[in-house]
Every structure is written in C-alpha cells, then in structure tokens.
Design a binder for this molecule. Structure first.
Ligand SMILES: [Zn+2]
Ligand SMILES: [Zn+2]
Length: 344
C-alpha cells in the first residue's frame, strides 16, 4: 500500500509499505476517512529529522475492521465494524494507560501519525484496545473529526465542567474552536466566539455562536466584559496565540474557569495578583481526551445530531495529499479530510 510520509520542509511523498498484518493483540482497519489536523501541519512544516521521514502521517483515523490478531476476542473487533482509533499507544500497564489516557503514559507514548504509523494510507494496524466504536448514524468523516479535533473540544469542555445557562467564550475558531462553539451551544451555554478572521467568525455564527468578537478590530477583553456584564463564566483558549491566552484570563469573571487547549504559546503575560488571585480563577490545561471521552463525544454527537460533517470544507483522495497539504499550509479557514477516493 501507499502511505503519506512527510519528508521535511513542506514536502511529502506517497511511499510504498507492505500491507500490514495484525500481530496477536492488533487489528488492521481499512481506512475510510483520515482527517487533517493542525498538528499535522506542524510536522509537515518541520525540518526536525526526529519527526519527519519515518512514519505514515494522519492521526484522525476512521474506518472498518478488516482483520484481527489471534488473541483479540471477536466482540472487541467484529470484522466489518465501524470504528475510530484513540490515536496513541503506551506501556498499557501504568495508571494513565489503564484509565484510557494513553497519551499520558509514564513510559512515554506513541502518537500515531507522528511517532508511529498513522491513517493517511489504505490500511492501519493498531492494538485492538485503541478502537472506539463509531455510532451507526455517524459518517466516517464525522468519526475522523472526533478522533482528534472535535474530541479535543469535547475533552476540554468536560474538563471545565461547563454548566448549561452559563457563558462560554471560545478563543480561536479553527476546527477545534469551532467544534467547541458547536458543542458548547448544544450543551446549553451562550457562546461568544473570538477570532481575528471575519470569515471564521461567520462560520462560528452558523455553528451556534450567540455573539462574535473580531479581536483584530476591537479590544476583546472590553468587548467580552460589555457583552457579559463583567466577564465570561468560562473561557476556552484554542488558538495557541499568547495574546489570546492573556485575553482569555482577563475576560473571565470572578470565580470563572479558563481552559488552555491551543498549543504553541511558550509564554503569555498575566497580572497574577489582579487577573488570577483576586479573581479566584480556576486555570486548566487539557490535552485531547481519553478513549472513554472519545466514545462519549461520539455518543453526544449522534444523540444531538450535531453537524460535525460541516466542519469539512475540503475532501481529497489519498493520492491528492500533496495538493491538500499545500493548500492548508496557507489557507486558514476550514478543515480537510483524505478519503480512499474523492467520491467515497
Ligand atoms: Zn503507560
Ligand atoms: Zn490533532
């Protein structure tokens, strides 16, 4: 089979790999949709030889079970079952692995698509325990989104223990932030969406934002304080920009909660005394989701019939990966998915 391998400095190749065969505890899935996520672009643009040149990319895998290893019970992976993958492996015995938080493995984790083979290929071999069932009513593309971007938004909202009836302000309306806008609204929050792109803010409205704030045009902190009469109950930072990180803290009301999801910012400046201590703020970090959280996100999406598929603005065949990554290297709105063929 062919697999998409990033070779450094915005180059990729469709490399030949043997079709995978399942070892004892593994399954092989046939990939039906493989989403492209912001962190794929970090690797695509990189020159770090530790990151590029080895593994098949793609960490939003969704497909069907094709084959299973000798020790995998049938009920865990029936042939033909529609599945997503919790896209990490670890030691499988530490407490984080045991509780489904494999990415936090004490021995260090493998991230599929980055430090292990990912889903930008026809087939993918994974341990059976990484499979998460895809509800019947959800498409493979929706499953791909839930396997990283949308699942990450869900994980953060769970971590914040969002209350319905409260106000949630989401900084950054890329695929994760837009998912948070949609999920927050579906959970009964009033959502304020913040971005510096008018186009992204238009999309945020269509995904349920009650108000939008263009931080390139107005002071976001002042505007959010006006919109909320003193500050937002919850702020979720999805952009990775240091300015947004500071604005999230400053626009949150006394006793409020701030959660950081957007990676990239190494430093952000806060007035610890006045912006955090004297406001009794709760600050949280949230890195993706557990395997159970991924299942819950899929369940919630199915029950509420959320339009997760509409996050995807572009669909490409696997052999068009080069065009897809070239486009999303510069385009900042929308989300793309690789499919076995363009009409799949
Ligand atoms: Zn572990
Ligand atoms: Zn991702």
């Amino acid at each position: 089979m062919k697999g998409v391998v990033f070779t450094g400095d915005r180059q990729l190749e469709l490399r030949d790999f043997p079709d995978p065969e399942p070892s004892e505890d593994d399954v092989v899935i046939e990939i039906k949709a493989s989403g492209m996520c912001g962190s794929d672009l970090h690797v695509y643009r990189s020159n770090d030889t530790a990151l590029v040149g080895k593994y098949i990319a793609g960490h939003e895998p969704c497909g069907v079970v094709l084959e299973r290893g000798a020790s995998v019970p049938e009920r865990l992976a029936p042939i033909g079952a529609r599945v997503m993958v919790h896209h990490y492996d670890g030691c499988r015995t530490c407490s984080n692995c045991m509780s489904g938080w494999t990415q936090l493995c004490e021995e260090g984790s493998v991230v599929y698509g980055k430090s292990g083979h990912g889903a930008h290929a026809r087939y993918m071999k994974v341990p059976a325990r990484t499979l998460v069932a895809l509800p019947d009513t959800l498409s493979f593309t929706t499953g791909a989104a839930i396997s990283c971007g949308t699942g990450t938004a869900y994980g953060a909202i769970e971590r914040m223990e969002l209350r319905g009836g409260s106000t949630l302000t989401v900084f950054g309306q890329g695929p994760v932030g837009l998912s948070a806008t949609m999920l927050g609204a579906a959970m009964g929050a009033r959502v304020i969406a913040v971005d510096i792109s008018a186009e992204r803010l238009e999309r945020a409205k269509s995904f349920g934002a009650d108000a939008v704030v263009n931080a390139a045009e107005v002071d976001p902190v002042e505007t959010i304080q006006e919109l909320t009469g003193g500050g937002t109950d919850y702020a979720l930072e999805c952009s990775g920009a240091p300015e947004a990180s500071a604005a999230a803290v400053r626009s949150t009301r006394t006793w409020g909660t701030v959660c950081f999801v957007g990676m990239g910012a190494k430093h952000a400046t806060y007035d610890v005394t006045n912006d955090i201590i004297r406001k009794q703020l709760t600050l949280l970090g949230s890195w993706t989701f557990s395997a159970a959280g991924q299942r819950d996100c899929a369940q919630f999406t199915a029950e509420r019939k959320l339009p997760v598929d509409e996050l995807f603005t572009h669909r490409f065949a696997f052999d068009e990966a080069d065009d897809a990554y070239k486009l999303f290297d510069t385009q900042t709105t929308g989300k793309a998915v690789l499919l076995p063929s363009r009409n799949a």
